[in-house]
Design a protein around this ligand. Structure first.
Ligand code: BES
Ligand code: MN
Ligand code: ZN
Length: 489
């Protein structure tokens, strides 16, 4: 698929489909739109009337244009009120147009949307909308049903000069797509071994630093919490550390840590049926986002050093499994009573956070499909953010806002640590049911001494089912665009 900015005005554009964005408060066809309607012998005004199109956000319509016209279809997409226009509106509008164009078997598409902020931000948002809506994952299908032609060429009308911004947006999208593909791959295909191979391949392709710690290496570092989780798996654990270093002196040094459970059975405190156990391939979503961010950052080449870390394993059951009640010692020397083997993510993250802090970075952000409690609290559209650091919180919220990814700060209520107090060990890994997402964050906090740190729970946002009224169901790649914005900020 080719995406480019063009100088051609909408009146002169020729191709399969012309898509036009309309505001609720801009529904009278005046100026350019009136001329276009005239040129299309009234098709545009007829369409608007026929479907009672009001320009509401997410509304759209399309119709065939007379055969003598240089365009075959006209697509209209609603943008809501002009005063509310955001980049996210443009992303959604482009996504809608892309899906419609595909459905209508259009190979070439011209799109005319209003400017938001500046030409480059506008072009980037539109590009993201198209790329992420039109990406389809066919890796595991033996045959494809009802495949019409692909949209091959998209032209952004009125945004000439934004080709560099389009190229960068596409690099970011390649990271989002990698994250999605890793999450969507089943647990018999995406394993700690294949995750390590993916990391090696990324490092090879983009010339990044890579270090993969095997079980013995992790033992030497005293990573008892991570290894406790890995014990029952027949597959070797892999502790993955990828480094991006700019050619210039880095402006700052950051670490991104992702939970990497390629499958979470719950261990001996086994997940029951109805718990969503069959979806626990998504439990490496933090690592997926981390790798996706690697791919984007390696292409964007910012002047920031970034360490990407994931302790990858499965949480399984076997005669080697850790027992509910085992005491584990993490690499910072803290002891943990494992009162529930299903609270495994925080155990793997504990050692990953200790490792990250030892690198001497300026800030650490972890992403994890950590708790069902976060899904209950915030649903599938909003991720939870916990951080003792107001400055880092502000950076992440701004990064998420411009990415169009929803993030809500939750309280790190110290008092609730009471619930994690253990009789003989330093702490338990699980507290009482109330505030389960907060106690999980408080647990992680024990493994970061004084580096600014934030934890993002993506258990809800990692995957979205079609039933949630989502027109792009499946793995979301949530977090890649936020993290990229954060690193660049
Ligand atoms: N991977 C799960 C959390 C999860 C739940 C992710 C639903 C995506 C969807 C995590 O390892 C887990 O099992 N958490 C437990 C913690 C509990 C035992 C304290 C949970 O949330 O039930
Ligand atoms: Mn679990
Ligand atoms: Zn888990």
């Amino acid at each position: 698929m080719e995406i480019k900015a063009t100088n051609t005005p909408q009146l002169e554009w020729a191709g399969d489909a012309l898509a036009i964005g309309l505001f609720e408060d801009g529904m009278e066809l005046t100026g350019e739109l009136a001329k276009l309607d005239e040129k299309l012998t009234g098709t545009l005004s007829e369409l608007i009337e026929e479907v009672e199109f009001k320009g509401k956000v997410n509304s759209s319509a399309s119709t065939r244009v007379g055969s003598k016209s240089p365009i075959r279809k006209i697509i209209i997409v609603g943008l809501g009120k002009s005063e509310d226009l955001k980049l996210e509106t443009l992303r959604q509008a482009a996504a809608t147009c892309g899906r419609l164009a595909k459905k209508e078997r259009c190979k070439s598409l011209g799109i005319c949307l209003p400017m938001c902020q500046d030409a480059n931000s506008t072009a980037a948002a539109i590009t993201e909308g198209f790329e992420l809506a039109l990406h389809q994952d066919h890796r595991f299908k033996s045959e494809l049903e009802n495949q019409g032609p692909d949209v091959e060429q998209i032209e952004l009308i009125g945004l000439a000069g934004s080709d560099e911004a389009i190229a960068r947006a596409r690099q970011i999208c390649s990271g989002v797509i990698l994250a999605r593909e890793l999450v969507a791959a089943p647990p018999n295909s995406c394993t700690p071994i294949t995750m390590a191979q993916t990391a090696e391949a990324l490092a090879q392709e983009f010339g990044l630093g890579i270090e993969i710690l095997e079980q013995e290496d992790c033992e030497k570092l005293g990573m008892g919490a991570f290894l406790g989780v890995a014990k029952a798996s027949d597959l070797p654990p892999k502790f993955i550390h990828i480094t991006y270093k700019p050619e210039v002196t880095p402006r700052r040094k950051l670490a991104i840590v992702g939970k990497g459970l390629t499958f979470d059975s719950g261990g001996l405190n086994l997940k029951t049926s109805g718990s969503g156990i069959e979806m626990m391939k998504t439990d490496m979503g933090g690592a997926g986002t981390t790798f996706g961010t690697v791919k984007a950052i390696a292409q964007l080449k910012p002047d920031v050093e970034v360490h990407f870390i994931s302790a990858v394993t499965e949480n399984m059951v076997s005669g080697h499994a850790m027992h509910p009640g085992d005491f584990l010692t993490a690499s910072n020397g803290k002891t943990i009573e494992v009162n529930n083997t299903d609270a495994e993510g925080r155990l793997t993250l504990a050692d990953a956070l200790v490792f990250a802090e030892k690198l001497g970075v300026d800030a650490i952000v972890d992403l994890a499909t950590l708790t069902g409690a976060c899904v209950i609290a915030l649903g599938n559209d909003i991720a939870g953010l916990w951080s003792p650091d107001d400055n880092l919180t502000a950076q992440l919220k701004a990064a998420a806002e411009s990415a169009g990814e929803k993030l809500w700060r939750m309280p790190l209520e110290e008092k609730y640590f009471e619930g994690l107090k253990a009789m003989h060990a330093d702490m338990k890994n699980t507290g009482p049911r109330p505030a389960g997402a907060i106690t999980a964050a408080l647990f992680l906090k024990q493994f970061v001494k004084d580096t600014p740190w934030a934890h993002i729970d993506i258990a809800g946002t990692v995957w979205i089912d079609a039933e949630n009224g989502c027109n792009n169901p499946g793995a979301t790649g949530y977090g890649v665009r936020t993290l990229v914005n954060w690193v660049l900020s």
